[in-house]
Design a binder for this molecule. Structure first.
Ligand code: ADP
Ligand code: ADP
Ligand code: ZN
Length: 210
């Protein structure tokens, strides 16, 4: 499948979790700007150094930095792509439209009161970026990734205070994108609460209908 799919939804709505599975089972390539930024921060690149303060504060990283990462990635990819966490504002969506044609935008709909608990108990694999939750999706062995055995860590921005700011930023900057894609006739809203596998099936059904 050659679809270019954007996955929208607030922080904690399950974008990373569902993208991981779509890539493993349907052969999509993931482009996650969050993962790319965290790698740049860890590697201490000039871009990472610039991005870090914004990320720790729960703010969006400036568009030029993110576009630099996206352009580089999209250049080298063939086949279906899932963009996870990008675009995050109108300007990014317009820039993306200039680089490639987006076929579908999936909006994962989750009530805000669920998101804080999802995020503050989230754990990530430091080697492969797989996503876990201490209660809702726990790893088989405590502290270790099911997929690669890597060590799990808690993101420094998954604290309650930063999560609240990220939710505010989401509503202000990212939520309007659902309207942007709805107007193009390519928005698909998916109920993002409930069983992870059930949500996955809903998404696959929507993709197959494309
Ligand atoms: P996002 O990428 O949208 O920020 P994640 O996929 O990282 O969201 O999920 C946030 C947290 O919620 C993770 O800890 C994940 O394991 C958990 N999670 C994902 N989907 C569900 C679900 N349907 N029910 C409960 N918890 C979930
Ligand atoms: P989540 O899905 O849990 O909100 P992400 O991993 O997508 O988290 O993003 C983490 C942080 O990385 C954001 O708070 C922001 O600082 C930065 N970031 C990620 N993607 C973008 C983007 N497309 N534009 C601007 N900043 C971004
Ligand atoms: Zn792993």
């Amino acid at each position: 499948m050659d679809l270019k799919i954007v996955i929208l939804g607030p922080p904690g709505s399950g974008k990373g979790t569902q993208t991981e599975r779509l890539c493993a089972e349907l052969g999509f390539t993931k482009i996650s700007t969050g993962d790319l930024l965290r790698e740049a921060v860890r590697a201490g690149t000039p871009l990472g150094i610039k991005a870090k303060g914004f990320m720790d504060a729960g703010k969006l990283t400036p568009n030029d930095l993110v576009m630099e990462l996206i352009r580089e990635k999209l250049k080298n990819i063939k086949g279906g792509v899932i963009l996870d966490g990008f675009p995050r504002n109108l300007e990014q969506a317009e820039m993306l439209d200039k680089i490639t044609k987006v076929d579908m935008a999936i909006d994962l709909v989750v009530n805000e009161d669920k998101l804080v608990k999802r995020l503050t108990m989230r754990r990530i694999c430091k080697d492969c970026n797989s996503v876990f939750h201490l209660e809702f999706n726990p790893p088989k062995a405590a502290g270790k990734c099911d997929k690669c055995g890597g060590e799990l860590y808690q993101r420094s921005d998954d604290t309650e205070k930063t999560v609240r700011e990220r939710l505010r930023v989401y509503k202000e900057s990212t939520l309007p994108l659902t309207e942007y894609y709805a107007k193009k006739g390519i928005l698909k809203r998916i109920e993002g609460e409930g069983d992870i596998s059930e949500i996955y099936r809903r998404i696959v059904k929507a993709i197959n209908a494309k």
